[in-house]
Design a protein around this ligand. Structure first.
Ligand code: IMP
Length: 387
């Protein structure tokens, strides 16, 4: 069976750990949207590994990992991550991925100083903009010198005006960008292929595919808290656009969420306890190590919000739930949850074997109407209970 692992909150729900565990049961692991704005943290034997663009299944050397067409790819970051692995990953990259160019990163950083969306400043938004306005550079263009040069010239004709006149800074040189990016293309060449066909063939051969979501449902460009969202669709429907598989492909959807809520960047955040109880927010942030895996920014802390979870479950067609970071509340006397617009109090627990914990899971299942199949109680691979 195919499985998708999707975040039901604002990202950082613990999807990487789940993908790492579920990878063992699947043949192919696929990223289908977003870029290196994601930060997936995995602990193996107490060693912390953070991937930003590599699929989290890459540590399973016998599994095929795919970066599909819906992803925006920063070749520099990908090559650095491959280098840091110390082995050649079993990886294929779609020739149709759009490339994050240095002018995208620069534009994202300059805009952020003016508009304050709280982006990761990795060039994600500007790369998707160029994709939609048909000015983007595809991964396959990196291997075609004349097309690459022409597209960079076209892009910089426009972007340099913005840099020089709107932002009063230096423009970029076509030659420098071209030389660097055509070199990246040759380094990536062994990995580049038609992943649409590869994945369609995998389905025909009854191979099982694991789709690795990035960010979270509430950051979806259509269904999230616009404009405080990322620039891709983070929800289940984009699995198909982002890979080229038919929407009729059967997929089990695991919705991942933490026992509390976090958010980085600007925008509304229900159940936020930063103002009402800053000490408690600080405690949860420290115990839960709630600092951005990509940017290191402290994450805002809030209570779990069942109304938002219901919205996310409906959007994604979630069939199983994964409740993460339950150990962060070990020893807490009480905590809260937002439900039907009210803030309700619950008793804390010391472990997942406590009655209070079991009662809370029952409350979740009763009100969300989806079974909680996974319960994570620590950062390591083996600290998860599943049915
Ligand atoms: P962008 O995706 O870098 O354009 O940032 C847009 C919004 O999404 C900002 O609020 C970011 O903090 C947020 N964001 C992007 N990626 C992640 C993630 O992986 N986890 C949590 N928030 C993210």
């Amino acid at each position: 069976m195919n499985t998708a692992v999707l975040g039901l909150q604002y990202g950082d729900e613990g999807k990487g750990k789940l993908v790492d565990i579920l990878a063992e049961k699947h043949d192919v692991i696929v990223r289908f949207h977003g870029g290196n704005n994601a930060g997936h943290t995995i602990y193996v034997n107490n060693k912390k590994t953070v991937f930003h663009i590599l699929p989290s299944g890459v540590l399973h050397k016998n599994k095929l990992n795919v970066i599909a067409n819906g992803v925006v790819l920063d070749p520099k970051v990908l090559l650095e991550e491959i280098e840091s692995l110390g082995f050649t990953p079993n990886l294929k990259i779609s020739s149709k991925c759009h490339v994050i160019m240095p002018y995208h990163v620069k534009l994202d950083q300059l805009r952020e100083q003016k508009f304050h969306i709280g982006t990761t400043q990795r060039g994600i938004g500007p790369a998707y903009e160029d994709k939609a306005s048909r000015k983007g550079i595809l991964v396959e263009d990196l291997l075609n010198p004349s097309v690459l040069r022409q597209k960079i010239e076209l892009a910089l004709t426009e972007k340099n005006v913005l840099f020089e006149t709107l932002f009063s800074t230096f423009g970029m040189s076509v030659d420098e960008v071209y030389n660097l990016y055509q070199a990246y293309g040759w380094s990536l060449k062994p990995y580049i292929t038609d992943t649409t066909k590869l994945l369609q063939d995998a389905v025909k051969e009854n191979k099982s595919i694991l789709f690795e979501g990035s960010q979270g449902t509430l950051l979806d460009v259509d269904h999230g808290m616009y404009p405080y969202v990322t620039s891709s669709n983070t929800t289940a429907a984009n699995i198909f656009t982002g890979t080229g598989l038919s929407f009729k492909t059967p997929v089990d959807v695991v919705g991942v969420f933490k026992v509390y809520n976090t958010r980085v960047g600007e925008g509304p955040f229900s159940g936020c306890i930063e103002q009402t109880n800053p000490n408690l927010a600080g405690t949860i942030r420290e115990i839960g190590k709630e600092y951005g895996a990509t940017t290191g920014r402290p994450r805002k802390i809030g209570w779990i919000d069942l109304d938002e979870l219901k919205y996310a479950i409906n959007l994604n067609g979630v069939t199983q739930l994964a409740l993460m970071k339950t150990d962060i509340f070990n020893g807490f006397e009480e905590f809260c949850a937002v439900f039907d617009g009210f803030t309700l109090k619950f008793k804390g627990w010391n472990s997942i074997d406590d009655k209070n914990f079991k009662d809370f899971v029952q409350f979740l299942e009763r009100n969300l109407n989806v079974p909680v199949k996974f319960v994570s109680f620590g950062p390591n691979r083996d600290q998860i209970k599943y049915e």
